[in-house]
Design a protein around this ligand. Structure first.
Ligand SMILES: Nc1ncnc2c1ncn2[C@@H]1O[C@H](COP(=O)(O)OP(=O)(O)OP(=O)(O)O)[C@@H](O)[C@H]1O
Ligand SMILES: [Mg+2]
Length: 242
């Protein structure tokens, strides 16, 4: 039987008169890499904010690991095993790389020694072991994105929501991040991946949902989505930008 880890059911989010997300439903299977794509302003980040408790959906349900999490706070959602990265990375610039990742680890342990061990382990996963004592603010964008990934991995999540984790990166840096994401999935995590780079999306995602003006426009495999005339007209046909 297919195990669904996340159900989004008829979720809408209104900001005053602006409908940012409108009646969106989909389900994510365990260990899937699930793509969420669509034009700028389509509602992708807003949906992440509703799922992870940064603000509640106006209507609809979010079911994670068989629990309704609609009204939980971000820290409570994180404790259940869901972690997200931010579209605009915001490390604690005055702290070191190691300390930034320890902040994530403190959500699963109160022991400083254990938090440091978890942080070192995750910095190794993303290839930042040589940067532990550097100040996080001094890192170039490519390494900041890796740091962001290590920070969420240190919370030991079952599910990761990655908001443009490859945004602003060159092809080589993107490929490295995609390899790290594949290795994370191999260890058993489930991933939702927001990204504008279609080459990255189609190479890594099992299933894709397309949002357009807050509504779900299409859902399918990468091949189905790239050949869908509605998706081509609304998004892939050109004119969009990261
Ligand atoms: N906190 C907020 N208050 C008011 N309106 C908001 C808020 N957050 C998002 N919106 C609006 O919701 C809509 C969807 O924005 P959102 O950031 O979710 O799009 P997106 O798909 O992530 O776009 P991008 O690809 O540019 O990141 C936009 O019209 C935006 O202005
Ligand atoms: Mg966004």
């Amino acid at each position: 039987m297919i195990q669904h880890l996340l159900h989004i059911s008829h979720v809408s989010k209104h900001f005053g008169g602006n409908v940012a997300v409108s009646d969106v439903s989909f389900s994510v299977e365990e260990k899937q890499i699930f793509g969420l794509i669509g034009p700028n302003g389509a509602g992708k980040t807003t949906l992440f904010n509703c799922i992870t408790g940064f603000f509640p959906a106006t209507s609809g349900d979010v079911i994670f690991d068989n629990k309704k999490i609609n009204t939980l706070r971000p820290d409570q959602v994180c404790k259940l095993g869901m972690a997200r990265t931010w579209q605009r990375v915001k490390p604690l610039g005055s702290l070191t790389v190691l300390e930034n990742v320890m902040v994530g680890a403190f959500s699963v342990t109160s022991s400083t020694r254990e938090a440091e061990a978890i942080a070192q382990e995750q910095l190794k996963v993303v290839g930042l072991s040589d940067y532990t004592t550097k100040s996080a603010g001094s890192l170039p964008i490519g390494l900041k994105k890796k740091l962001e990934l290590a920070r969420v991995l240190a919370t030991r999540p079952k599910m990761l929501l990655l908001d443009e984790i490859c945004g602003g990166l060159n092809h080589t840096e993107t490929d490295t991040i995609l390899d790290i994401i594949r290795s994370i999935r191999k260890k058993g995590a489930t991933i939702i991946f927001i990204e504008h780079d279609m080459k990255a999306v189609t190479s890594i995602c099992d299933q894709i949902v397309v949002l357009n003006s807050g509504e779900k426009l299409a859902e399918g495999t990468p091949a189905e989505i790239t050949n869908n005339p509605d998706v081509i007209a609304a998004y892939l046909g050109g004119g969009h930008h990261a």
